[in-house]
Design a protein around this ligand. Structure first.
Ligand code: ADP
Ligand code: MG
Length: 401
């Protein structure tokens, strides 16, 4: 028997249930119940940890019209020094649509509350005036919708849909970097809304000037309103976040446990929530109160897991090994096709995983110009969308790093 769960971003995870009384089943069942995800039958399977870390989405509750998830509200958003400015700007936007900060651009690292905050704006506005047309979309979804509309010759419907909005919220806008058609479309959507004083809200992992491969005209539009960052929450904010999450889950934990969690998860609230879910699941599974000892044991695997930090040397070694070429050929000048691709993949991984600058990458790879590196990263990014094999190859390479 198999279970399939439908997660955030349309991801699907399925579990093959090997033994009817295997402990995993209870754990999975509990998580399903916790998140109201409907189990469905499917075919493939993956490990249970994927589920615990991914946090199933309350698919059923997502507003079909706006794409907003009602669980993201200002009430459930803890404000601390790390997000004070962003929160204040978000509140101001709610009160003066299209008037004060247009666009509002929120940026910050992974799992720090960008999606929560920008959806909270949408939910607030939706509640206060049902007539306003609001839409939330991720950069990825916007791109896919555009691609499909081109394919099906429905671009005018696509344009219409976004240009008639009162509030347009686009999450993880960095996704459109390097995608010319999408950037062009977003540019026109932006202008059309902006001219009518309609509110635009964006989020990204970096501030506009640090997003690579984005057209200048879009960048300057992004910079034209208010830019606010969300940083790492301090200890007190983390404690408050844990408390509100426990309240939502209707669970209590001792203060010493809460402090332990707040001390050990500093950089990513999503991981912190994953840890809470893991503790709850495990405590139900083996029927034990989650005291400090129990929690330390439950999280040992996650907390003590050595951080995977790869190096330039390792990337070159793994990639040349994977494509069966010699390491020194990577650095030489030949432009033989069988060398060009591995070289471009190395550049891409250095950029994405090590966050190296384009000139630095060029210099490390035998003194190449930074424009060559930009072109390589761009090309791999594009090909990853079109080419399933390349995706698979990159996945295998990354597993070895
Ligand atoms: P991002 O979009 O920045 O990657 P999310 O908005 O998805 O991050 O946040 C990850 C999780 O952390 C969500 O469940 C969110 O509710 C929670 N979270 C982040 N910041 C806060 C906060 N300040 N208060 C309450 N929950 C938060
Ligand atoms: Mg997000």
């Amino acid at each position: 028997m198999c279970l399939t769960l439908f997660l955030k971003n349309g991801l699907k995870i399925s579990f093959k249930i090997i033994h009817e009384f295997s402990p995993e089943i209870k754990e999975i069942k509990y998580i399903i119940k916790q998140n109201n995800v409907k189990p469905l039958e499917g075919k493939s399977y993956k490990g249970k940890d994927a589920l615990l870390d991914l946090e199933p989405q309350l698919e059923l509750n997502i507003n079909k019209e706006t794409n907003l998830n009602p669980k993201y509200t200002f009430d459930s958003f803890i404000v601390g020094s790390s997000n004070e400015l962003a929160n204040a700007a978000a509140v101001a936007v709610c009160k003066n649509l299209g008037q004060v900060y247009n666009p509002l651009f929120i940026y910050g690292g992974v799992g720090l509350g960008k999606t929560h905050l920008i959806q909270a704006i949408g939910n607030y506005i939706n509640k206060s005036d049902k007539k306003l047309k609001i839409k939330y979309v991720s950069g990825e979804k916007f791109t896919n919708e555009l691609v499909n509309s081109i394919k099906n010759q429905e671009t005018s419907q696509f344009k219409d849909k976004y240009r008639k909005l009162d509030v347009f919220i686009i999450d993880d806008v960095q996704f459109i970097a390097g995608k010319d058609k999408t950037q062009e479309e977003l540019f026109h959507t932006f202008n059309s809304l902006y001219e009518k004083n309609k509110q635009i809200i964006l989020s990204s992992d970096h501030q506009p000037k640090a997003i690579p491969l984005i057209e200048e005209r879009l960048r300057s539009r992004f910079e034209g309103g208010m830019i606010a960052d969300i940083g790492y929450p301090d200890f007190e904010t983390r404690v408050a976040i844990i408390k509100i999450k426990l309240q939502e889950k209707k669970i209590t934990l001792d203060d010493e446990v809460i402090n332990y969690l707040a001390s050990n998860f500093q950089n990513n609230i999503r991981e912190l929530e994953g840890a809470i879910n893991r503790i709850i699941a495990r405590s139900i599974l083996i029927n034990q109160t989650p005291d400090l000892n129990f929690v330390i044991k439950s999280l040992a695997e996650i907390i003590n897991k050595p951080k995977r930090i790869t190096t330039f040397k390792k990337i070159v070694q793994v990639v040349s090994d994977f494509y069966d070429i010699s390491e020194k050929d990577i650095f030489n000048r030949t432009r033989k096709q069988e060398l060009v691709k591995p070289r471009q993949i190395i550049m891409y991984i250095m950029r994405k995983d090590l966050n190296n600058s384009f000139p630095y990458i060029g210099q490390k790879l035998g003194g190449r110009d930074h424009t060559t590196v930009i072109h390589a990263c761009d090309k791999i990014t594009k090909n990853l969308e079109l080419n399933e094999n390349l995706k698979e190859e990159l996945l295998l390479i990354r597993q070895k790093l």
